[in-house]
Write a protein that binds this ligand. Structure first.
Ligand SMILES: Nc1nc2c(c(=O)[nH]1)N[C@H]1C(S)=C(S)[C@@H](COP(=O)(O)OP(=O)(O)OC[C@H]3O[C@@H](n4cnc5c(=O)[nH]c(N)nc54)[C@H](O)[C@@H]3O)O[C@H]1N2
Ligand SMILES: Nc1nc2c(c(=O)[nH]1)N[C@H]1C(S)=C(S)[C@@H](COP(=O)(O)OP(=O)(O)OC[C@H]3O[C@@H](n4cnc5c(=O)[nH]c(N)nc54)[C@H](O)[C@@H]3O)O[C@H]1N2
Ligand code: SF4
Ligand SMILES: [Mo]
Length: 760
């Protein structure tokens, strides 16, 4: 499968460090042939087309990380771990979780994770384990960043919406720094293209002069935490200067008059002042947006992990909605999904299924099936009868990544049973009763459901490029064994499927759809049923891909035109079957959907944008009543706890040696503040919040505005040092508090932590 012209040892796979999952070619070799000796972009990959950033080249530090686990582990009474065999592990985990279910009800067993930046295939099988246990509540990292935006999108469109930056005349990034964090294909290339084209405009809204802001035509250096005021003022200018795309709105939107009524008398001058932006500049930016032939907008953590985040997400969408920037080149679109992120184990039952549901203890709104991350600790640390008593954590590191690590660790430690499925001994795994090891993402079949492209969308099923060592088991196998140990799926149920399969795929397809529709309670068991029947018949040990067979057929039924335009044709079940075979047979990824820009309309509810969200229009009034958030006496700084930098990648790398710069993760601070506090680059500062206090190296940076400081994301991971474990940098969530969260979505205010800074 090597690219022509290269030696035979180059193998196609993908980078697993961010949602772009750029296709890469890896040359394997080194000691026992188990190293990634060279890595380059894969030109055959349909989306990345040979692109990578600096981080992909360091992936051997993941593959050969220092904390790899190779055997199931059980905690001893003294807190140390002992190796056990898989039969014992599966039997005991099933028995302990089964006992929690029988005593307290399955809803007291909480599931966290299901996939990171590169691995969603395994988590898709977890639904079976959870159904066998009667578990009902779950969460993952999306519920500390994206759920506010998902809730808004649910109300406005009922679909996943993204933006076409490649073709946009005006590109706007709000609280997002794609030069470092990506989030769009070939980000640096696209940003440079926009930046150097005089006919196009790059607008960045960020308090910091980020690398992306540096490239921008217009940088609105908003005061930290005031985006809601800025965006409200922008909408008000559209309304008050009559810059709306009226004819388009008449045809394509509902709720327009409701929205207009809320902005006709909004004081633009005062809101601009609160946001720290000149009123005149703000008006000119809005006029430019209204005039443009296309506008693409993306928001990210700068507003999603900030005060008023759900409101800001909504106002952002009003800016492009009111100017008619949907379903045309260079604007917003609704993409086709092979597997919905929010429909998989990653997102639970999806927006529809979770409507009106709240978490059992805190009563927090469940969005896309996910309990807000910031309430998990309080749903455990209580004597409430409905508290979570056991937890399965799969491919996540909540002891490090969730707000208030101290409290989160206490919560995890207080559980009756904690089971962790991971490749490495993480901060979370160290608190577990059982640790179940999985092969790395380069030792098994893997894929992500981050498939957001348009008009051509693609899927990349990756093959293993190394043999897995003895010991770890892929997640689908772990879930299948747990489900069987719990007695939830029997050989008797599967036998008719196997018989049908022996007669061929056509017979199997019929038998399978009969099985799947015979009883709605069977739905969560479908992945495991496919894994155990179709799985063993797939070539090259691709059993884990079995669940994709169901996804391919469902997609074919729901999106026949998109699939046909992608070249998959035939009668009856054939297009779905062809798609599945193409997925299996395309080691650099395959285009599964080709759309027209107009197709976006058929994917959204009622084929119209619903612009009015009453709860959020009411919420606007709180902006009017509030003065801007910011400095308070004891804590005069705003700390952004978790910035993406050149060498950060969540906690996927545990080996600090992967970083070529900023190894200890410095605190960035403005020159004005630094000189006032007597701080210099290379010196040390103490940062204190209401939750904790840490010492960090300092980087004085012209990119920061006075009063704003920032720390990187994903640092403070521990690793085996000399004798004891050492810590590289500061774990940001030693400084954050779980009660500091959005009132609609429960998402954290990690970019807006009140802090004190002193010379250390
Ligand atoms: N290098 C690298 N890339 C990554 C990751 C990584 O760890 N490292 N992680 C991946 C993940 S999981 C995610 S979710 C994405 C996140 O990607 P981004 O959201 O782009 O990353 P951040 O750096 O956390 O935040 C973006 C910007 O928000 C700005 N900001 C802070 N406060 C405010 C504010 O009040 N208003 C506004 N408008 N902006 C503000 C910051 O200055 C920063 O430039 O990155 C992904 N890509
Ligand atoms: N203060 C603050 N906190 C933050 C953020 C911030 O900006 N500020 N950012 C937040 C964001 S946006 C995110 S997305 C989260 C990320 O935090 P988490 O969702 O907790 O995930 P990661 O740090 O990406 O770690 C992924 C885990 O998966 C494991 N893993 C890797 N490969 C496999 C595999 O094949 N199988 C299994 N089973 N496990 C595997 C890794 O060892 C690691 O433990 O952090 C969040 N936390
Ligand atoms: S943009 Fe960089 S980190 Fe993200 S997948 Fe591509 S190479 Fe990896
Ligand atoms: Mo994230």
């Amino acid at each position: 499968m090597a690219e022509t012209g290269l030696a035979g040892t180059w193998q196609p796979t993908a980078c697993i460090l961010c949602e772009c999952n750029c296709g890469i070619l890896v040359e394997t070799g080194g000691e026992a042939g188990r190293h990634m000796t060279r890595i380059r972009g894969d030109r055959a990959h349909p989306s990345s087309e040979g692109y990578t950033c600096n981080k992909a080249l360091r992936l051997d530090h993941y593959q050969n990380g220092p904390d790899r686990i190779l055997h199931p582990l059980r905690r001893r009474a003294d807190g140390t771990f002992e190796e056990i065999d898989w039969d014992t592990a599966v039997r005991e985990v099933a028995a302990r979780l089964g006992a929690v279910r029988d005593t307290h009800g399955g809803e007291s067993i909480f599931y966290y994770g299901g996939g990171g930046q590169g691995n969603h295939l395994g988590g898709a099988y977890a639904s079976a384990t959870l159904a066998a246990l009667g578990s009902r509540y779950r969460s993952n990292a999306l519920a500390q960043e994206k759920t506010g935006e998902m809730w808004v999108q649910g109300k406005m469109t009922g679909a996943g919406v993204r933006a076409d930056f490649e073709h946009a005349e005006v590109a706007i990034f709000i609280g997002k720094n794609p030069w470092q964090s990506h989030g769009l294909p070939r980000a640096r290339h696209t940003l440079r293209q926009i930046s150097k084209d005089p006919a196009r405009t790059l607008i960045v809204i960020d308090p910091r002069r980020s690398e992306t802001a540096e490239l921008a035509d217009i940088h609105l250096a908003v005061r930290p935490g005031t985006d809601a005021w800025l965006l409200a003022a922008m909408v008000a200018v559209l309304v008050q200067e009559n810059l709306l795309h009226r004819e388009w709105l008449d045809e394509h939107a509902t709720g327009v008059d409701d929205v207009i009524a809320h902005f006709t008398s909004l004081p633009v001058d005062r809101y601009a002042r609160i946001a720290g932006i000149e009123e005149q500049q703000l008006r000119e930016v809005v006029r430019l947006i209204a005039k443009a032939s296309s506008v693409a907008v993306a928001e990210d953590l700068g507003i999603q992990m900030n005060v008023h985040s759900t409101l800001a997400s909504y106002l952002e969408k009003l800016v492009w909605g009111l100017t008619g920037n949907f379903a045309k080149p260079g604007a917003q679109y609704a993409f086709a999904s092979l597997v919905k992120l929010s429909g998989s184990a990653l997102g639970g039952s999806g927006g529809g299924g979770s409507r009106g549901r709240v978490s059992p203890v805190a009563g927090a709104r469940i969005i896309a099936g996910l309990v807000p991350c910031n309430v998990i600790a309080e749903e455990i640390l209580t004597d409430h009868p409905k508290r979570y008593r056991a937890m399965i954590v799969e491919s996540g590191n909540p002891a490090h990544s969730l707000a208030d690590s101290v409290r989160m660790r206490a919560a995890l430690e207080s559980l009756d049973t904690l089971v962790v499925i991971d490749v490495a001994m993480t901060e979370t795994a160290r608190l577990a009763d059982y640790v179940l090891p999985a092969p790395t993402q380069y030792e098994k079949w893997e894929a992500t459901f981050f498939n957001f492209e348009f008009p051509r969308n693609y899927f990349h099923l990756r093959r293993p490029i190394f043999a897995a060592p003895e010991g770890p088991l892929p997640e689908p196998e772990i879930h299948a064994r747990l489900v069987e140990s719990l007695g939830a799926v029997s050989e008797m149920q599967l036998a008719p499927l196997r018989e049908a399969l022996a007669r061929g795929r056509a017979a199997f397809t019929e038998a399978f759809f009969a099985f799947a529709t015979s009883d709605p309670a069977l739905a969560p068991f479908i992945p495991v049923a496919l894994y155990r029947t179709l799985g063993p018949t797939l070539p090259d040990g691709a059993a884990s891909a079995a669940a994709l067979w169901g996804a391919a057929h469902l997609f074919a039924m729901q999106n026949p035109d998109s699939l046909r335009r992608a070249g998959f044709t035939g009668e009856g079940f054939e297009p779905g079957e062809h798609l599945f075979e193409a997925i299996l047979g395309s080691p650099s990824g395959v285009v599964f959907s080709v759309d027209d820009y107009d197709d976006s309309w058929s994917r959204i509810r009622g084929a119209r944008l619903n612009l009015a969200i009453p709860e959020l229009l009411d919420e606007l009034a709180t902006l009017d009543a509030e003065t801007a958030p910011g400095a308070t006496g004891d804590f005069p700084f705003v700390l952004s706890a978790g910035e993406r930098r050149a060498y950060t990648a969540n906690t996927i790398f545990r080996d600090p040696a992967w970083r070529k710069e900023d190894a200890a993760g410095s605190l960035r601070i403005s020159p004005q503040d630094a000189s006032r506090l007597g701080l210099a680059t290379g010196g040390r500062a103490r940062v204190t919040t209401k939750r904790g206090s840490v010492e960090v190296p300092v980087e004085v940076s012209e990119t920061m505005q006075a009063g704003h400081v920032s720390l990187p994301n994903g640092l403070g991971v521990d690793f085996p040092g000399l004798g004891a474990r050492s810590l590289a940098g500061v774990p940001p969530n030693e400084l954050t508090a779980s009660e500091d969260r959005d009132k609609f979505a429960g998402t954290p205010w990690h970019k807006h932590v009140a802090a004190r800074v002193e010379a250390a």
